[in-house]
Design a binder for this molecule. Structure first.
Ligand code: SF4
Length: 143
């Protein structure tokens, strides 16, 4: 896909003052609230409203396996493992089932763009997560 066409679709090609101001606004609000890193493809609704991009390895499908006891990060032991936090918060908000969704690889072309605009324009649709399968047996499903 040609980058020009891609940018036109995402809104990343918008360089006007409105878009720049919107990116700054989103960055400021989500920076304070979620320590957002502006990946452009927000999955907070799947992660208990804790940002997975805080992980030094930027893993979007669970922890690396190196988490220290007490939920400390193996790269920066002074910080809490991003996925430990995601799990805690998902449990707190009864969103833990959402963690079973398989998140596709991140599209770095969207980095630094406004995820809210990407969401509403559908620019991030190609990275749609795979929802977990319905756990109910087939016979109990309503038709
Ligand atoms: S998932 Fe991406 S857009 Fe959402 S808070 Fe984290 S860095 Fe920001």
């Amino acid at each position: 896909m040609k980058l020009d066409a891609y940018e036109g679709k995402t809104g990343a090609g918008l360089t006007g003052i409105f878009y720049t101001a919107f990116v700054a606004f989103e960055s400021a609000v989500k920076g304070v609230m979620f320590d957002c890193r502006m990946c452009g493809q927000c999955i907070l609704r799947y992660t208990g409203f804790a940002c997975p991009m805080r992980c030094p390895k930027q893993l979007r499908n669970g922890p690396c396996g190196g988490t220290h006891s007490g939920g400390r990060c193996e790269v920066y032991p002074e910080m809490e493992c991003a996925w430990y936090r995601i799990y805690r918060r998902s449990k707190l908000f009864h969103m833990d089932r959402k963690l079973e969704a398989l998140q596709p690889a991140i599209d770095w072309r969207l980095r630094g763009t406004a995820s809210w605009i990407n969401h509403f324009t559908g620019a991030d649709k190609h990275i749609k997560p795979m929802e977990p399968a319905d756990p109910r047996p087939r016979s109990s499903k309503k038709r």
